[in-house]
Design a binder for this molecule. Sequence first.
Ligand code: HDE
Length: 702
Amino acid sequence: MGLRERKDGSALTAGEGETWSSTRGEGAETQQLARPGQPVLTTGDGMPIRDNQNSLRTGPRGFTVLDDQVYLDKITHFDRERIPERVVHARGAGAHGYFELSHSLAPYTTAKVLTEVGVRVPVFARFSTVAGAAGSADTVRDVRGFAVKFYTSEGNWDLVGNSVPVFFIQDAMKFPDLVHALKPEPDRGYPTASSAHDTFWDFVSLMPETMHMLLWVMSDRALPRSFAMMEGFGVHTFRLIDARGRSTFVKYHWRPVAGTQTLLWDEAVRIAGADPDYHRRDLRELIESGLYPTWDLAVQLFTDADAETFPFDILDATKLVPEEIVPLQVIGRMVLDANPSNHFAEVEQVAFCPSRIVPGMDLGNDPLLQGRALSYTDSQLHRLGGANFRQLPVNRPRCPVHHFQRDGRFQADVPAGRVAYEPNSLGPGSARASEERGQRSHATSSHDGARGREREASFADHYSQARMFYRSLVEAEHRHIIDAFVFELSHVETVAIRERMVGHLRQIDDRLARAVSGDLGLPHLPAAADAIVGPYELEPSPSLSLHRTAVPTVRSRSVAILFSEGSDARTLIAVRAALELQGTRVKLVAPKIGGAVLSDGTRCVADGHLDGMPSVLFDAVVLLLTEEEARVLAAQAKARAFVQDAFAHLKAIAYAPGGDVLLDASGVERDAFVIPVARLDEFIQRAGGRRQERALTTRRTA
Ligand code: HDE
């Protein structure tokens, strides 16, 4: 038996029954000790740690002992690091920011957040996909969650919305069925984060109320380019309450100041492989580069009497109120200007609930909203482990909180005093309710039919608004919806489900149904589904079309400059500066991550290499190559793919004269979107356009 070292460095033999600690051997070279001024590593209880490499053992080849509090502290905490992920909306990203009101709603509400113009209210926003698990890819076809917590001076207000204005179902009773049908099929455990499978389409094709939402989910809306480039909607009709208790209906809309932009399906699929964190990274980078994601908050306001005149029921969350009927009024702006410091503590632990409102607001009696009011808090109690989740920093109100709630798991506050009840005489200074300041509920007029499980007859028209949505779009948008239905239904193995679904489409738009049926290769056009009511011809609502409402801009978009050995330094600097001036994010891509030596002899380091940063990750590309280098790259499949993909995905391409060789080798025609770099303004203008609209007029996507 050889000599070992004691903790104090003196010789120790292994048989002496003492524990052993080494500063030599395995692990010793990885030990980093605190320098003067550097914090000393401690256990969770605060005890300074001497060795963070070796567990406490009965000799270097002996057993680990149970009183190793350093190891036990570390490993037992680690074993509990995961909490249950959200049952839906598990995959998310978030950011801090503020909301600033520009237009007071004082005639309709007492809520300070909606009446105090110019006051910055802190917010935390979380964006999410619905179907996928926490580790799934960002760019899947899905509706996105759009949840905002306003830390107002009158308590937290959660506006827990989505990126489309309607929902699949009319009654919360059906939510677990919907989600079970959408999630991986229970026997096989797949597909992940995808609705393209039998159980989903089986369920929805048996529930015609899902039709309107299905068209939205099959549209470009379900493939956002960036969280910062998508709209958000409160979906339900909420109430505002004025000082006299009178109510006005309100619907909330978030409009991205960066304009809307969506991905092509082929891009979305490839990005899921090239960068599964695409949206999460994009949000973080936008904020880091000072291009703060910004949305206008707009409202639609109407009275109970107005609602009676609408050809649909405002309590039905499968319906929207077209802007052409009730115009939008912009009332303020949300700016997200700070990234979370810790994803788990903030994005994972944030707890939203749609019934979390402030005085001057109330919920409506939409049966979906009523069902949500319970479900979210119930989810948090499970996920976050107890009633004190409201004390977590991201959930804690930023206004005074006085209540008699006490104790519970993980109580972090230390409420002082003898009195934890009300009324009381022992705590005369303790909190009391206030008729004046407290939240007042709207005295909803009687809906007191007999108790029963019923649905209002006005909820029965499932096709008219789906038709209205479809007919409000342009041809390229139609083509994408057709392609999406064909993709999804082609993954459905049961032919009867495909046919049933096309039967519903016939009620929405016969040309849509015929196109889908034809592209699926169904032998006969299925019979139209039975409609209990309608469909009626509603006026199209052009504002629903992303194409018609597009705002051309390169702000917040990202452009890759592909450069290599000998690329012209002045052009590179000029192109980059011109793009950055417009608020465009520029990434330098080179064949090697170490970059290349430019024409002026300087070395330019790359942000990414050709393999790691394919052109699918960008909105437009610039090829800054010498002829010699273009020739070298033309022989490489990855370089050709960079150019071919950019072309197939309808992106503007600028190229320096030498780039011709690579363009030719990649089979790129010189159309209006392939522009010599000397015509930089034209390139920038093209890069800011809506690519999807060109799908039919110029080139079809791959
Ligand atoms: Fe949700 N939903 N939902 N939902 N939802 C959840 O709450 C639920 C619905 C939405 O970033 C869960 O904390 C029911 C509509 C968002 O943390 C859960 C019904 C809309 C988020 C829940 C709906 C949403 C959720 C899962 C049918 C748009 C993520 C974990 C009545 C207006 C919030 C959790 C975040 C999350 C229930 C339908 C939006 C299970 C019962 C409609 C953005 O409680």
